[in-house]
Design a binder for this molecule. Structure first.
Ligand SMILES: C[S@@+](CC[C@H](N)C(=O)[O-])C[C@H]1O[C@@H](n2cnc3c(N)ncnc32)[C@H](O)[C@@H]1O
Length: 293
């Protein structure tokens, strides 16, 4: 796997630290659960993207490679797919999965998609499932992806709608912010909600060089955290969310209380209110963006 990041090739050092050192290993450990709830969003985007057989595809923020493998199946043995990600941990898992799948037309590169030289006009399709919301400079990031596209190419990605439409993330984040006295992050800060405003998506893509942009809605009711105590699921969300530092820095007793209080506040979302292992049913909503130069 080629690596640009180690040579200082990242314009997103905070995100690189987060995804490489902290979130990547957690993402790999929770791969099955995460895959279950993100798969339907990726499938909708893949259906819209309709990769052509023999095409060249870039998978941005490819994570553990589930979409990379699906894209490889769509383009067939005559096509190519390059998965790019900031995190060595997820890329190692993606390489393992691809080796097991036998797909030989797939490559990976550890690089910052905002600035990496991906080759001008190299791809027929730029695809991403929740991997394009973390650019410190989204205009630069999308302009870089635009450069990598052929003039008749297409970019299709999914990104999260606003926190109010995604209680599965927002409820824990909000409760933790209250408990640790955190201010709400700016709405356009790099993170899961940075592209929540469709007007911002359209404006950023327009400046980035995309002329035709169609944005549609996809919603799911997620079944989360089944087979584990709600506190464990809350712990995972806290580790992935904006309160992770104060949470990690607090005393073990306080951490336990925080988890217990948030778990209690989620009782109404339990699939079976009498069974704390039954998991939670919560709404999620994303934008599916289909853009052409
Ligand atoms: C929310 S995860 C999604 C992973 C995967 N696409 C999936 O659906 O499971 C976001 C991924 O984007 C990667 N990422 C964030 N910023 C990036 C950047 N500037 N360049 C490349 N990858 C990036 C992260 O390392 C992480 O693996």
């Amino acid at each position: 796997m080629k690596t640009d990041v180690a040579a200082g090739g990242s314009a997103n050092e905070d995100q690189e630290r987060f995804w490489n050192d902290m979130a990547g290993p957690l993402w790999v450990a929770a791969e099955e659960e995460i895959e279950r709830h993100t798969r339907p969003f990726g499938e909708v985007a893949l259906a819209i993207a309709a990769p052509a057989e023999g095409g060249a595809v870039l998978d941005v923020g490819c994570g553990c490679g589930a979409t990379t493998i699906a894209l490889a199946a769509a383009v067939g043995a005559g096509g190519t797919v390059l998965g790019v990600d900031l995190s060595a941990a997820v890329l190692a898992r993606a390489e393992e999965r691809v080796a097991a799948s036998g797909a030989s037309q797939v490559g990976f590169r550890r690089a910052d998609a905002q600035i990496a030289d991906l080759g001008a006009g190299s791809f027929d399709l730029v695809f991403s499932r929740f991997g394009v919301m973390f650019f410190a400079d989204p205009i630069a990031g999308f302009a870089n992806l635009r450069r990598a596209l052929r003039p008749d190419g297409r970019m299709v990605f999914v990104c999260w709608q606003a926190p109010s439409a995604n209680p599965w993330m927002a409820v824990v984040n909000r409760a933790a912010a209250r408990m640790f006295g955190l201010d709400a992050p700016p709405h356009d800060a790099p993170g899961p909600f940075s592209l929540a405003d469709p007007e911002r998506i359209a404006a950023v893509l327009d400046i980035g060089g995309f002329r035709s942009v169609e944005i549609t809605v996809h919603k799911e009711r997620l079944h989360l955290g089944s087979g584990q105590p709600v506190e464990d699921w809350v712990h995972h969300r806290l580790m992935m969310g904006p309160a992770r530092s104060p949470y990690l820095e607090s005393q073990p007793d306080h951490q336990r209380d925080v988890r217990a209080m948030i778990a209690e506040s989620l009782t109404a979302h339990r699939v079976d209110v009498d069974d704390p292992m039954s998991g939670l049913a919560m709404d999620a909503a994303a934008w599916v963006v289909d853009a052409r130069p």
